[in-house]
Design a protein around this ligand. Structure first.
Ligand code: NAD
Length: 451
């Protein structure tokens, strides 16, 4: 099949590569010339483990190419996938890119003599496809549904695991405006053996929000429990979760065999969720529910707990260090999670803003940053990017562990003791053993553990 994917971000490019791996002819449509050139040379414009290798493979097989020639790519395709960004503006979903693209696609459909299916992969609030995208497509194509098809198929990939998630999905949800649309789109995945859930457009849209909000809820719930633990002497939330996770309703017997079921990862305390999805999707769902007159106190609570969570890292640090003015603070990890270079919604950014606001000098390290060790600006923040962990920790008054990169898990307590002026460590991901670190002389604190 010939498939056009509009958007060359995390979802667009990964979707394009995974469809090309299935043998389809894929054209990824982007806007920025440098990104298109990079993709066509076999390098992803963002960091995603395993993606470059597969990209090179499908380029060599001539199954994928990137272009900014919208007209040619769309008119040649059987399936047109929309994978542009849907950020939030003032806590509501911003559909401007979706609207622009829908008009552009409509104009191309007008001249088309073949049946084509438009598929929305971007995350959009319920009824967007039916009430906004469909009318724009019909208006600009001067055609009616039936002359072209329309589906909504939400994407569930996780950054850092995107290639595996896209090539080996748990399920594919296919919201279809009519059967003909769903049948054609599902043919693109006929070689993928996972459950395919056929439903209507609105249910498909809601499924994505229900899934992301559930995971965000588990995280905020875990962080609320951590708050209680922080206020009680002799409780470490990590020990609490150990006892909870072993419940067979959560982890069956697999935990005992060393395999942790996915859900358990979300029932754990830390410095808060981030990224380009959970923060914006929970906010968009809250605003959408309000707009249709529905109160959602749980989702509101989830957002409130998460927004306050990064500041708790700073509070825990201050309890030990006192005033932060002119203190040198090392930050381990900038990205919102390990195995990605994505800084969107990262708790690190909020923490750094707060530290700088209180007069601290901030030294940061992140394995995904290949930058020189001098002063750089990050979202307008004046920080020092360090090339090594040693440089980050050396002579510092305190350190905050913000991202659970594997190389951080290997740091021994002796390194904090050796390099730091005062070995105060606040663990925002609870990757270290409190007992071992305290025994080794590190002043160890963390989310859910106040010493
Ligand atoms: P992204 O910001 O990485 O990429 C968006 C892409 O859209 C960019 O390449 C941008 O240039 C392009 N774009 C925007 N307007 C355009 C236009 N007018 N013409 C052509 N290209 C245009 O975003 P993303 O992370 O890939 O997310 C895309 C969608 O998928 C969002 O709705 C997001 O919520 C959803 N999603 C993201 C993830 C994730 O983990 N990143 C997972 C599931 C779903």
């Amino acid at each position: 099949m010939k498939i056009a994917v509009i958007g060359t971000g995390y979802v667009g490019l990964v979707t394009g590569v995974s469809l090309a791996l299935l043998g389809h002819n894929v054209v990824c449509i982007g806007r920025e010339k440098f990104k298109i050139e990079k993709i066509n040379k076999g390098t992803s414009p963002f960091y995603e483990p395993g993606l470059d290798n597969l990209l090179k493979k499908v380029l060599t097989q001539k199954l994928l190419q990137a272009t900014n020639n919208f007209q040619k790519a769309v008119s040649n395709s059987n399936i047109i996938i929309i994978a542009v960004g849907t950020p939030t503006i003032g806590n509501r979903i911003d559909l401007s890119a979706i609207k622009t693209i829908s008009k552009q696609i409509g104009k191309e459909l007008r001249n088309s003599s073949k049946y084509q299916v438009v598929v929305v992969k971007s995350t959009v609030v319920p009824s967007t496809t039916e009430k906004i995208i469909k009318p724009l497509l019909e208006k600009y194509s001067n055609k009616k549904i039936g002359e072209f098809g329309l589906c909504m198929s939400p994407e569930f990939l996780r950054e850092g695991n995107a290639v595996k998630d896209a090539t080996n999905p748990d399920r594919i949800v296919i919201g279809q405006i009519d059967e003909k649309s769903g049948i054609l789109f599902s043919q693109a995945y006929e070689d993928v053996f996972c459950p395919k859930v056929f439903t209507n457009l609105t249910t498909a849209e809601m499924t994505k929000y229900a899934a992301n909000s559930l995971f965000a809820t588990l995280i905020s719930y875990s962080n609320e429990i951590a708050r209680i633990c922080e206020s009680i002497k002799d409780i470490d939330v990590v020990d609490v979760w150990k006892g909870v996770h072993l419940d067979s309703r959560l982890s069956s017997n697999t935990l005992r065999e060393g395999q942790v079921p996915g859900i358990v990862h979300y029932i754990f305390s830390g410095c808060g969720y981030g990224g380009s999805c959970f923060p914006k999707d929970t906010k968009a769902l809250l605003a959408y529910a309000k707009s249709i007159g529905v109160e959602t106190p749980i989702i509101k609570g989830v957002i409130d707990v998460n927004s306050a969570q990064p500041e708790r890292m700073v509070d825990i640090l201050k309890k030990t260090l006192g005033n932060l003015k002119n203190k040198k603070i090392g930050i381990l990890g900038l990205t919102f999670k390990a195995q990605t270079d994505d800084l969107r919604g990262s708790a690190s950014i909020s923490v750094i803003k707060s530290l700088i606001g209180q007069g601290a000098k901030v030294f940061c390290h992140d394995p995904s940053f290949d930058l020189a060790g001098d002063k750089r600006e990050l979202y307008g923040l004046k920080i020092n990017i360090c090339k090594t962990i040693d440089e980050t920790l050396r002579s510092s008054d305190g350190a905050l562990l913000m991202t659970a990169w594997e190389e951080y898990t290997k740091i021994m307590p002796s390194l904090f003791k050796k390099l730091m002026k005062t070995p105060v460590l606040v663990d925002g991901r609870r990757i270290y053993s409190a007992r071992t670190f305290l025994k080794a002389g590190v002043i160890y604190r963390g989310i859910g553990y106040s010493g």
